[in-house]
Design a protein around this ligand. Structure first.
Ligand code: NDP
Length: 300
């Protein structure tokens, strides 16, 4: 099996390089491309040429315009990368008869209510990022390609910067720390997303009638918390491990979304219903604390 992986150095892309490796030949590209192959999602013609040249069995698109606040003033590029490029990939996949695996986000919802969002719930993005990601979903749907769209939330990775590491740094440097307490979701490790992707791929490739598995699924860790709860968990665990902090977990201030203004509005309710993914692919998603604890143990 030949897999074309785009966005190989992002949080999820990096973990996918590991998780997809046992499944076949993985041609992994970043924005710079390699060996005459284009990996830049802003270059729609180059992207289409690359797919034709490689003729992969599967395209996994982990690249996206993820600078949520910047997207508010950079709509054209965000739309090209998040909406048009997935459309190009999907049309090329349909032409080839290849599978497309793509990632989307809780930001396609308006964040109202407190229930977990189901896959076919009404969408209502609040930001340019959310809108362009939703347009990407629609473009894939319209292409007729065999595609799996995995919507996830609050992604972190051990590699590079992440919310947990930022909280650790701030709690060591500052006397006080305030964190938003009225947005709810589940921190989801890029490693978990990559492992589930590989599991899903194993089931769809080569299985008779696998077309029926095509569609949209919610992929996140189980359980829920707020950013405030996430920060408290991180600091409590670090302190338990003997890390010196000026702000203890119970001293983290809880603030409202309004008290932390940012250019792109965030959904308050990012809780994703996981039942469709779990029952279709026979999975049981682990609690978010498990992945965060593991990442902290590796980091500290
Ligand atoms: P990252 O920002 O870590 O990675 C995105 C990757 O896309 C980066 O490597 C980036 O490269 C690359 N990229 C950006 N523009 C281009 C371009 N024009 N051509 C090629 N590559 C490009 O994101 P994640 O790994 O966290 O996200 C993976 C998926 O999950 C995305 O679809 C995202 O929308 C979705 N998602 C992410 C969430 C999160 O909290 N991060 C939450 C919900 C969904 P470079 O570094 O060079 O810019």
């Amino acid at each position: 099996m030949k897999i074309l992986l785009l966005g190989k150095n992002g949080q999820v892309g990096w973990e996918l390089q590991r998780a997809l490796a046992p499944l076949g030949e993985v041609v992994a590209l970043d924005r710079q491309g390699a060996d005459g192959l284009c990996g830049d999602l802003a270059d729609l013609d180059g992207l289409a040429c690359t797919v034709r040249q490689l003729a992969p069995d599967v395209i996994v698109n982990a690249a996206a315009y993820t600078a949520v606040d910047k997207a508010e003033s950079d709509q054209t590029l965000a739309a090209r990368i998040n909406a048009e490029a997935p459309g190009v990939l999907a049309r090329e996949a349909a032409e080839l008869g290849a599978w497309l695996i793509h990632y989307s986000t809780d930001y396609i919802f308006d964040g109202s209510g407190q229930s977990r969002w189901q896959e076919d719930d009404r969408t209502g993005p609040l930001s340019v990022y959310g809108r362009t990601k939703l347009e990407g979903e629609h473009a894939i749907e319209a292409s007729g390609a065999r595609a799996i769209v995995l919507r996830t939330s609050w992604v972190y990775a051990a590699r590079g910067q992440n919310f947990a590491k930022t909280m650790l740094r701030l709690a060591a440097e500052r006397e006080t720390l305030n964190v938003v307490a009225d947005q709810f979701g589940a921190p989801t490790g890029a490693d978990l997303i990559a492992d589930v992707t590989a599991h899903v791929l194993r089931q769809v490739i080569g299985e008779n009638g696998a077309e029926q598995l095509a569609g949209t699924y919610h992929l996140a860790a189980a359980g829920e918390t707020s950013w405030h709860g996430f920060a408290q968990f991180v600091l409590a665990h670090a302190s338990h491990k003997g890390v010196a902090l000026k702000v203890a977990a119970e001293q983290v201030g809880a603030i409202s979304t309004e008290a932390y203004p940012v250019p792109a509005p965030r959904p308050r309710n990012s809780r994703l219903h996981l039942g469709k993914l779990e029952s279709t692919f026979k999975l049981k998603m682990p609690l978010w604390q498990q992945g965060v604890q593991r990442m902290l143990d590796e980091t500290l």
